[in-house]
Write a protein that binds this ligand. Structure first.
Ligand code: UDX
Length: 461
């Protein structure tokens, strides 16, 4: 068993630390935020992530897991120090490496025995080499420190499972010593290990994430074309999925990808290419398609309605995907902002995202509209004129078509996650707009014309 320190207790660092402890290692998690450290000591997870809090409590009680702000105490006798601090996006799309640099220096100045630094944060190709040099510049002469890359592939909402049952562990090392130590740390996980050099490991992370982002943008692009030519993107995806070379996952067209990885990592790789005088056309396209996709439904609704001013608009789902309270690059942000500018009175619901969302959009009047948070999706729908479905949380998906018709004053639904069957919405008398399934919407509009009276009244304030 190894003595492990983990720098940073965000999604990457905390989940890694807790899972190392679960596998029997002795772990110290370091964070600069005293309040957060105190909170974790009382057994409360600072992030919403299934199964994480239980493992935190269990391993803390077993004495395998500690939380501290004292980095010197954590680093001095560690066999390995994993860096999981953020690499936020800078204005030009480049990754901001200042947190990593700070941690690397703190490590170099405090390590008292031979130690492997393992970079888990997503960093541009070549960064590990720089960290290696940086550490060598600052470390004490009598200690041996090496740097390895070990990119993280966890998805939010299933982070613990993705770590304990990862499809592969990628390790990037430049010496047998580093490779052996990292293999030994991961031995108790019994997972496949892909061992490559540092630069390739760094690139595997970007290439994997950007490939998935590209897959989503491709399907969104196809969905938009489907609408124009009368095809149904879900049927198209199903037909494609039988080809094992394509696979069945990540073919869901929708309102665009968000989160902490895809938006940032596509821009970062594009930036890296630019720095090397290379035009990475495919990734550029994924970024462009995604930008337009996020406001696709809003634009559809704007074209359909005379105005949003004075309309009650239900927004169901605020987080970038279900199973997380994370709002980073969530489509809700852009859409709510546009709706408020257009004077909508928004009633917003999310099972876990309201606290974070209300920090960005405080309840009350904002811009030309207003926002009210409700604890039940049906409360948002009650008497509303328009509904936007933005995150496919279980209890949002469960709302039956007939309930939209019954609760809404004018049942006009814009679904960014293709949750409902077109026929079911049509039968319930809901005017339903989704992504890439235009063929049947034409039929739905016929039905809505019969209800036109009420829709017109509500939409012509
Ligand atoms: C992703 C990667 O999956 C993970 O391996 C990496 O380490 C970090 O980035 P995450 O951002 O947590 O994880 O979520 P993911 O489930 O991949 O979804 C990302 C975004 O793509 C979400 O906004 C989601 O709604 C969207 N998405 C996903 C689609 O629009 N369609 C799909 O078919 C799949």
């Amino acid at each position: 068993m190894f003595k492990i320190a983990v720098a940073g207790t965000g999604y990457v660092g905390l989940v890694a630390g807790v899972c190392f402890a679960e596998m029997g290692h002795q772990v110290k998690c370091v964070d600069v935020d005293e309040e957060k450290v105190q909170m974790m000591k009382t057994g409360v997870s600072p992030i919403y992530e299934e199964g994480l809090q239980e493992l935190m409590v269990k391993n803390y009680a077993a004495g395998r897991l500690e939380y501290t702000t004292d980095y010197q105490y954590a680093y001095q006798d560690a066999d390995a120090i994993f860096i999981g601090v953020g690499t936020p996006e800078k204005e030009d799309g480049a990754a901001d490496l200042s947190y990593i640099a700070t941690v690397a220096r703190q490590i170099a100045e405090n390590v008292e025995k031979d130690c492997l630094i393992v970079v888990k944060s997503t960093v541009p190709v070549g960064t590990n080499d720089k960290i290696d040099q940086f550490v060598k510049d600052f470390k004490a002469e009598n200690v041996h420190i090496e740097v390895a890359s070990n990119p993280e592939f966890l998805a939010q909402g299933s982070a613990v499972r993705n770590t304990l049952e990862a499809e592969r562990i990628v390790i990037g090392t430049e010496s047998k010593w580093a490779e052996d130590r990292l293999r030994a740390i991961y031995a108790p996980f019994h997972l496949p290990i892909v061992s490559v050099n540092r630069r390739s490991a760094e690139m595997i992370k970007y290439a994997s994430n950007d490939f998935l982002a590209l897959k989503i943008s491709y399907m969104n692009d196809i969905a938009n074309l489907c609408e124009l030519v009368g095809a149904d993107v879900q049927d198209v995806a199903q037909g494609m999925s039988f080809d094992e070379r394509i696979g069945s996952k990540f073919l869901n067209a929708g309102i665009g990808f968000g989160g902490s990885c895809f938006p940032k990592d596509t821009k970062a790789l594009n930036y890296l290419a630019e720095q090397n005088n290379y035009e990475l056309k495919t990734v550029r396209a994924a970024i462009d398609v995604n930008k337009d996709q996020k406001t696709k439904l809003f634009n559809k609704a704007s074209n359909r309605l005379i105005t949003f001013s004075g309309l009650k608009v239900a927004v169901l789902g605020l987080t970038f995907k279900p199973g997380t309270d994370d709002l980073r690059e969530a489509p809700s942000l852009a859409n709510v902002s546009l709706l408020l500018e257009q004077g909508a009175d928004i009633y917003a619901y999310d099972p876990v995202g309201i606290d974070n969302f209300s920090k960005v959009f405080p309840e009350g009047r904002i811009s030309k509209g207003s926002i009210t948070y409700v604890g039940d999706p049906k409360e948002a729908l009650e008497g509303s004129n328009v509904c936007f479905l933005l995150t496919e949380w279980g209890n949002i998906k469960e709302i039956m078509p007939i309930e939209f018709a019954r609760l809404m004053s004018t049942p006009l639904v814009y679904d960014g996650r293709n949750i409902h069957e077109l026929e079911a919405m049509e039968e319930a008398g809901v005017e339903y707009h989704s992504i890439g399934r235009n063929a049947v919407i034409r039929k739905v509009q016929k039905v809505t014309q019969e209800k036109q009276g009420s829709v017109e009244v509500a939409t012509s304030y």
